[in-house]
Design a protein around this ligand. Structure first.
Ligand SMILES: Nc1ncnc2c1ncn2[C@@H]1O[C@H](COP(=O)(O)OP(=O)(O)OP(=O)(O)O)[C@@H](O)[C@H]1O
Length: 580
């Protein structure tokens, strides 16, 4: 496969995520303490054991009962402390990961939908689940361990120097070399770690796409082709994982070799010390254990750091989402919700990409109680007007106001109470139909849901269901027909009571009589509501009070449907049934 997935490096990403620990100071202190006690208990057990052996070798053995009691107690302490350390470090890690997951979710909602650009659903899911899970290693097994390993290394070195000054002179440089090895090899670790994370994200995104598109893949006989694609992606991930494992294995072998060489050197120093009379025979086992106490933490640190490439790559991907710019910033001082009034597009300019303007000075008004049809050829900019009215993006120039209030001055909750939409592709969640209708107002009473369903002409259908509105909607509304889904979307929008309603090609997939019924139902509830319809059908245009015709990102004509028809405003645009 040629499209090899990549991760863009973001210097400092890992460092920016570390303060996430600050939210759990008690858990971090507990982890640090448990680690320190665990390391020191291990060191004490090893040194005590070695001292007992040393005394035995020197011909002054400690009574067996005392040896058993001392070593037994130390082993019990180390066992309990190891369990304690595992518990507190994972407790800390999972708390921090939960916080990060919330931050990632907040970031997605902050930048969605306008700022998500070409990001794929599966890629976002990988960040929220797998990349964050990868950081478990950092928070549970790295930070506290690095700090306590340093303490044990310093304590071990001091004790070793006290027993034999030659010992640290041999093992300390080796310990430093072992510790810096992963740092020296970090470029390889970063490259391989990035490839693993990127390949994981690409495979997840493809699997999500495949599951979402199973119907199309089945109908068009493309299942086998898709299977081959996923197999290639899986091989790509496998290759990345094997290369990363080979690199990590090589690093481990290198570190082990350095530790072993340093261990042999320490042994030679101890033997020489005993032969030269510098070291008492009884102290020799203790000296060897202390050499291990210096090398042990160093190799532990090195082995922890060999995962740094994967950690950095996961951190890069999380950081990219957390630091993504906000496409529509919240107002510093929000204006009160307008509660209704004229919807005004005032000389609005906008483009998705630099130097590619889509709207070039669009101006029109939708008054309360009025239905305005937005008409234009495909690609003219109708949906873009809707995206701006829903504030998925802000205009690059000009402004959009409701009741005289610029949309940019409304906080998000007020904006959602002011402008609502019946989209073309209705997304239903797997809860009940009533839950889906309540999406914008979770606290709505049953009677209000029923009234909204009534207004959307959904009641007759609901009455045929075993549990009426409490019947599950199925995965993405699979248990409902297209018309029924559209009616649920209308009920959902009406329940919000928003004074501005956008119908985004809501009727595009419906047959003419269903569309007419639905339009009449929406009309009957309009009162003072301003309604903007993206109209593709002549019947929809004819029902509107006024029409705004857009061409090339500009309003080229406005008037009643009759006026525009007489002027032949859309004669070049439409077939007898559809416009645009
Ligand atoms: N997310 C996007 N990124 C880049 N360009 C976009 C994006 N969305 C739309 N466009 C471009 O903006 C222009 C206007 O698109 P828009 O969807 O507003 O047209 P439309 O009038 O609603 O068309 P249609 O009737 O076919 O739905 C098109 O050229 C389209 O390719």
């Amino acid at each position: 496969m040629s499209d090899r997935p990549t991760v863009t490096r973001r210097p400092g990403a890992l460092r920016r995520l570390l303060p996430a620990i600050a939210g759990h100071p008690a858990a971090f202190r507990g982890t640090l303490l448990a680690n320190l006690v665990g390391q020191l208990a291990g060191l004490t057990a090893a040194v005590s054991g070695a001292a007992l052996v040393g005394r035995a070798v020197a011909g002054d053995p400690t009574p067996l009962g005392v040896v058993t009691a001392v070593l037994g107690a130390l082993v019990a302490i180390v066992t309990v402390v190891t369990w304690w350390e595992m518990y507190v470090s994972h407790d800390l890690a999972y708390r921090v990961l939960a916080d990060l997951r919330t931050r990632v979710y907040d970031a997605i909602t902050r930048i969605a939908p306008g700022g998500l650009g070409t990001r794929r659903s599966g890629d976002l899911a990988t960040v929220a689940l797998s990349d964050i899970e990868t950081l478990e290693w950092l928070f549970a097994h790295t930070i506290a361990q690095l700090l306590t390993a340093t303490v044990v290394l310093v304590a071990g070195t001091a004790l070793a120097a006290w027993i034999d000054p030659w010992l640290p002179a041999v093992v300390l440089p080796a310990a430093v070399l072992v510790t810096v090895t992963p740092w020296l090899l970090r470029r390889h670790a970063d490259r391989h770690g990035s490839r693993v994370r990127a390949a994981t994200a690409a495979l997840t995104a493809d699997i999500v796409d495949t599951v979402q598109g199973l119907r199309e893949l089945t109908v068009f006989g493309a299942l086998e082709q898709r299977r081959a694609h996923l197999a290639a992606r899986t091989r790509q991930l496998g290759r990345a994982q094997r290369r990363n494992a080979a690199r990590a294995g090589l690093e481990t072998a290198l570190i082990d070799a350095l530790v072993a060489a340093a261990g042999v050197a320490a042994l030679l120093v101890v033997l020489d010390g005993v032969r030269a009379g510098r070291l008492d025979v009884a102290a020799a086992p203790v000296a060897l254990v202390l050499a291990g106490a210096v090398l042990g933490p160093a190799s532990q640190v090195a082995l922890l750091l060999k995962e740094a490439g994967t950690l950095r790559a996961a951190a890069d991907r999380i950081d990219a989402l957390l630091q993504a710019p906000t496409p529509v910033p919240a107002p510093a001082r929000p204006a009160p919700a307008p509660g209704g009034g004229d919807v005004v597009f005032d000389d609005v300019h906008f483009g998705y990409l630099p130097d590619r303007p889509v709207l070039r000075g669009v101006s029109f008004v939708v008054r309360p109680g009025e239905t305005v049809a937005l008409v234009g050829a495909s690609g003219a900019g109708k949906s873009t007007c809707v995206h701006l009215l829903l504030r998925h993006h802000d205009p690059s120039a000009g402004r959009i106001t409701v009741g005289g209030v610029d949309l940019r001055d409304l906080d998000d909750a007020d904006l959602r109470r002011t402008v609502t939409v019946v989209p073309q592709d209705v997304h239903l969640f797997p809860g009940s139909i009533a839950d889906n209708i309540r999406l914008g107002r979770p606290d709505a009473a049953d009677a209000e849901v029923r009234a909204a369903a009534d207004a959307a002409q959904l009641t007759a259908f609901l009455d045929t269901l075993p549990a009426a509105a409490d019947t599950p909607a199925g995965e993405r509304g699979a248990a409902l027909s297209g018309g029924q889904r559209a009616r649920v979307a209308v009920a959902r929008a009406l329940l919000t009571g928003a004074p501005v309603l956008v119908l985004d090609e809501a009727a595009a997939n419906l047959d003419t009589s269903t569309e007419a019924d639905l339009a009449a139902a929406i009309d009957a509830t309009r009162a003072d509501r301003a309604t903007l319809v993206i109209a593709h059908r002549l019947s929809t245009i004819d029902r509107a009070d006024r029409v705004v015709l857009i061409d090339g990102g500009r309003v080229v004509a406005t008037g009643t449907p009759e006026e525009l028809r007489e002027r032949g405003a859309w004669s070049g645009l439409m077939d007898p049934h559809r416009v645009g």
